[in-house]
Ligand binder design. Structure first.
Ligand code: B12
Length: 318
């Protein structure tokens, strides 16, 4: 077990690759597997079949990479203390969640994880490694908690005591045995601001989100017609939702820590609904290029814009 190698890997991740946090977790199976199975049985995942299809791998890094012994967990901050709480955009604008108003973190984090893998392999010849960001079948938040990067808050997001929860996660799974860091403990205490702030009442309990009632799910992941029950609470949200994070006192307290690689694209903070309503497929591809917005195809852009308008009618407003 090489303590020096572990320290060098974390130093390289923080100082050469520009990650905000880095820590090491053991690769043994995750306790969250049972909760995930129960969550799936309840249907809380909606149309996200990919979660059910890969459930067995998600809670066992050893099935993600044969012979896995350690997981290097990293995080990148997009937190701008100046960002106002609530949907930033005015009613005539389309609100895009803060994580999505910037270069696509999947690419930003993955290219750096590949460099981290090469750094590891240079120091440990023959080492096997595999990068993972978001779409890879792993319970990223539970691994990050195990690696000491933060704890799973009541809104189910990973929260760091200094940076808050506006951090995006990535992992490098390897068959090299590295000394693990100490897991972080829960610091939510009696606060439940996130649970009450959710505009669509998506939390059935602390750390239990019914994705079918989550506006981030409805605008980004849901396949099919927009869920009618969520129209009144949608507001002008086009892509994602920040409500349960904006309400979190840890985000209120955290200073600005957005990394340069995730610097915001200002035009995405005030997209006009009227202009988007006139845009064609190519036009949308240009607006979404290089950002997480690419996950929203053109038919669902149109669906979400229509849902915002119908929601407004239901509220008797714009
Ligand atoms: C599916 C998914 C979603 C779904 C479902 C969210 C969810 N909570 O599951 C939807 C589309 C709704 C979604 C929304 C968002 N997402 Co998302 N998403 C994922 C994904 C791909 C899988 C998460 C998963 O496994 N869910 C399954 C359920 C069962 O897990 P869970 O709800 O987290 O519950 C666990 C914990 O509660 C835990 N637990 C721990 N202790 C305890 C104690 C008790 C008593 C209980 C009950 C449970 C519990 O057990 C459960 C199983 O692990 C991850 C990437 C990954 N591969 O991990 C990104 C990820 C979680 N998403 C991310 C982001 C940024 C978001 C949004 C903030 C985007 C936005 N602004 O719109 C929102 C936040 C909404 C929210 N409050 O979660 C980031 C979160 C970073 C962070 N700081 O936590 C991730 C890690 C992607 C990344 N690589 O950065 N997401």
């Amino acid at each position: 077990m090489s303590g020096d190698l572990a320290a060098d890997i974390k130093r390289f991740a923080l100082h050469e690759l520009g990650f905000s946090l880095a820590g090491i977790a053991g690769a043994d199976p995750l306790a969250g597997g049972a909760r995930l199975a129960e969550w799936l049985t309840r249907g809380n995942h909606g149309t996200m079949a990919f979660l059910a299809d890969t459930a067995a791998v998600r809670c066992d890094p050893g099935r993600f990479l044969a012979g896995a012994r350690s997981v290097v967990c990293v995080a990148m901050s997009y937190h701008e203390a100046s960002a106002p709480p609530g949907p930033a955009a005015a009613p005539e604008q389309a609100a895009v969640a803060r994580y999505a108003r910037r270069p696509d973190y999947h690419r930003v984090i993955r290219t750096r994880l590949v460099r981290l893998g090469r750094f590891l392999a240079a120091r440990a010849p023959g080492a096997a490694w595999r990068p993972a960001v978001d779409t890879a079948p792993l319970l990223e938040k539970e691994l990050a908690q195990r690696a000491g990067l933060g704890w799973i808050g009541k809104n189910t997001c990973l929260v760091n005591r200094t940076l808050g929860s506006e951090i995006l996660l990535g992992e490098l799974v390897t068959d090299v045995t590295l000394p693990p860091d100490r897991p972080e403990t829960d610091h939510c205490g009696t606060c439940s601001a996130c649970l009450t702030a959710c505009p669509s009442r998506a939390f059935e309990a602390a750390r239990l989100l019914d994705a079918r009632r989550c506006l981030a799910y409805a605008t980004i992941e849901h396949r099919g017609d927009f869920p009618a029950a969520l129209l009144p609470s949608l507001g002008n949200r086009l892509f994602g939702c920040d409500a349960c994070q904006s309400a979190c006192p840890w985000n209120r307290r955290a200073g600005p820590s957005c990394v340069p690689a995730l610097a915001p694209r200002d035009h995405l903070a005030g997209l006009s609904r009227a202009q988007l309503g006139r845009i064609d497929r190519e036009g949308w591809a240009t607006v979404a290029a290089g950002t997480p917005l690419r996950r929203l195809d053109y038919p669902r852009l149109v669906r979400n814009l229509q849902a915002i308008a119908r929601g407004g009618e239901l509220r008797g407003g714009a």
